[in-house]
Every structure is written in C-alpha cells, then in structure tokens.
Design a protein around this ligand. Structure first.
Ligand code: PMP
Length: 393
C-alpha cells in the first residue's frame, strides 16, 4: 500500500457524504453575528444563530472583553490546578452561582466540555445513566466516556423513565435531560422528573443550554422557570447561546462543584476559559441580572413570529420556546425551501435526518431579541412566498 493509498478512505467517505446529502456546506460570515449577517457580500436576515438576546456583538459586552484583555492578557497560562485560577474566573463563577440561585459554579471552555467534565466524574463502570432519547450529542458522548451503563427513555416520557428505574438498575443512578430540546423547542417536564428521581434515589442533571437567557426570571433558566431551586443536583450551562460568547459551566452545591474540580479529567488536563470569554460572559450576566427587557423582547418576537407562521398555514410542532421549527416533512423539500429562502435574503437552515427522524425535516427559525418587528414581517412575507411556490401552503 502506498503512503497515499492508506488515506483513500477519506476521499471515499467524503464522496459518500455528498451522495447521501449529508455533506455540511458551512457558510462564511463576513462580519459579526446579529439579526442580519453578510454572506458572499449579501445582507441576510439571520435565523440560524443561538444568539437569542443579541449579545454576540453587544457593545457593552465587547467593551468588557477588551478591557479585560488590557488588564489580564488573553490566555489563562495552563490548567488551573497548575497555573492557578485568575480572579476573573472566580468573579464569573460567583456571579453565575448567584444568577442561577445555586451555591457554586465552575466554568469550562464550552457547553460540550461541561458535559464531558461532569458526567464521567459523577458516574462510572457499574453505575447507570438514564437519558432522554433526544438528549444532545455532548450528553451522549459524556455518558459513553463514563463507561456507566446507559439506559434511554422515550422523549419527555416520565412513565418510560420510571419503568427504567423500577427495574432497579445497578450502582449510582443519574437521570440526564436537556432542558429545552434544540430541534423541537419543547421543554423537559422537570418537576415530574425530579419527583420520580426522589422516589428512586436517583441524581438529576439538566443541560440548560437553550434555557439560559430564555426561561425563568431574567433568563435564569429552566430551574427558575419551574421554581425548582435546590431540587436539581447538577445544572449544565453554555455561554455560547443566549450569553453570546463561548464557554460552559457546571452548577450545583458547593460540595458537588468541589468534587468536580477534584475529579474531572477535562478540568485537570485542559486549560481554563480565555480571558475575553470570561469577561464577556460576566458582563452578559450582569446585563441580564439588571433587566429582563431583552428576555421579554425575545418572547414577544417569538410569539409574534409563531403566530404569523401558523396563520400562513405552517405547523410549528411541539415548540414552546423561541426555537421555531417550521415543519416541511420531506428532507429534499426542506433543503429546497432553505435554498429558496436564501435567494430571498433569509438565512434559515434546513434540518433533516439524522438530527430529526425521517419525514420530519424542517426549517428551524431561531428567533432573537435582536430581530425587529420589520425583520419578522419581512421573514413572514418570504416564508409565505416560498411556501406557495413549493405548494406547501
Ligand atoms: N448542550 C446542548 C443541549 C446544546 O444544544 C449544545 C450546543 N449545540 C451544547 C451542549 C454544546 O454547547 P457549546 O456550543 O458551548 O459547546
């Protein structure tokens, strides 16, 4: 075999992805994230970002990051257990804990990393994870990494969850659910999950990636939304969505966070969050703590768009949040819909298998407080035009 031949599988598999329509064509943005973005010189209305509150390019947050760079530089030096923790990380973690109403929080470099850090620290071989079938990939990967036995329950179905627990699976038991499910925009039945967990002495963990900045008072998240303070053992957060930055966190009791700090391999072997990310996230939480104006605007926008899109004759599935799936069904039709919207200056991604089941392809419209009513009217007009052209409404 020649040195090139051993790499032939790469070419073959890339071609296969293209043939199956699974090749990811990633768009290049020529400027910041916002309600509108520039792609190939064209101004496009942005329905693809998780920038729920418009914080990704918020002047006060940008300024905070710049100021912190002047004061601290950009990098943390090494892993915290060796290079030490910068006081700005402590400031962020204290603010996060206060905002979420928990004793303590630990920041890491991403939401994905938060799941990889927490799950294998808490459970291992001989223990059992009980996981919603639609949980995020980072929960699935964190669970696999832990080597615990993984039992999957039907989506948001507490009876299905209980039937797993009734079988008395071995070891420590950890129930994990997304708070808001990112493809459908539905919310986990957290109060019922907590009840069942109590009955069977199981730990509970919620990944609040799409609930932070969206649900609860001033965007305090799903636990606040259901008033379940002190009832959920582990909360996972990300700074990359409503907070507009990048990073992740684990939140809970002071003892739990100390345990993760001592036991988590990603925490021990990977460097801390960068200075600008830390400062920007801290500023984003300060803005949220001071006012619920943007969260209110986000929900007004989401309600307005959803009402409009339903009046046009589209179905938005199970959505209860600003994540608005516009159901198309066939994957090819959804791609065509997205391409036609793109021609009409709307950047809205088609989502198909394997992210959602076959026959449930959709356009996912991510609504933001950064959108104006005029933006949403523009979008509704274009969804109507393309929907009629494709005989979908
Ligand atoms: N958890 C959930 C539920 C998510 O939706 C995401 C982002 N897609 C993540 C974790 C990962 O977050 P990050 O982008 O900060 O790594």
């Amino acid at each position: 075999m020649s040195s090139q031949e051993k790499l032939n599988f790469i070419q073959t598999e890339l071609e296969e992805l293209k043939e199956k329509g699974l090749y990811k064509d990633i768009k290049t943005l020529e400027g910041p994230q916002g309600a509108w973005v520039q792609i190939k010189g064209k101004k496009m209305l942005n329905f693809c970002s998780n920038n729920y509150l418009g914080f990704a390019n918020h002047s006060q947050i940008v300024e905070a990051a710049k100021k912190a760079i002047d004061e601290y530089g950009v990098g943390p030096g090494a892993v915290r257990t060796i290079a030490g923790t910068m006081d700005i990380h402590h400031q962020l973690e204290r603010k996060l804990a206060e905002f979420k109403g928990v004793e303590a929080a630990l920041s890491v470099q991403s939401g994905f990393k938060a799941n990889l850090s927490a799950i294998p620290a808490l459970v291992g071989k001989g223990d059992t994870i009980i996981s919603d079938e639609l949980n995020h990939a980072s929960i699935i990967d964190g669970s696999r990494l832990s080597r615990a036995d993984i039992k999957v329950y039907s989506h948001n179905d507490v009876d299905s969850l209980e039937s797993v627990l009734k079988e008395n699976p071995p070891g420590k038991k950890l129930i994990i659910t997304d708070g808001v499910f990112s493809m459908d925009g539905d919310i986990a039945p957290l109060p019922e999950i907590v009840e069942v967990a109590k009955k069977y002495d199981a730990m509970t963990m919620v990944d609040d990636a799409h609930g932070e900045g969206v649900l609860g008072r001033s965007g305090r998240g799903i636990v606040d939304h259901f008033n379940l303070h002190g009832e959920v053992d582990i909360e996972i957060g990300t700074f990359s969505k409503a907070l507009g930055v990048m990073g992740g966190c684990i939140a809970g009791s002071a003892q739990l966070i100390e345990y993760i700090r001592q036991k988590s391999r990603p925490f021990t072997f990977s460097s801390a969050l960068t200075v600008p990310d830390t400062a920007a996230t801290l500023e984003a939480i300060k803005i949220l703590s001071d006012s619920d104006e943007l969260v209110t605007k986000l929900w007004d926008n989401a309600d307005y768009f959803k009402k409009g899109i339903k009046e046009l004759g589209f179905d938005t599935g199970e959505s209860e949040t600003p994540i608005t799936p516009v159901m198309i069904g066939d994957a090819k039709a959804a791609s065509e819909f997205s391409e036609k919207l793109f021609e009409e200056n709307i950047f809205a991604q088609a989502i198909g298998f394997p992210l959602v089941p076959h026959g449930k392809a959709r356009i996912r419209a991510m609504i933001s407080a950064a959108h104006s009513k005029e933006d949403l009217d523009f979008a509704l007009e274009k969804f109507s035009k393309v929907g009629k052209e494709l005989n979908l409404i």
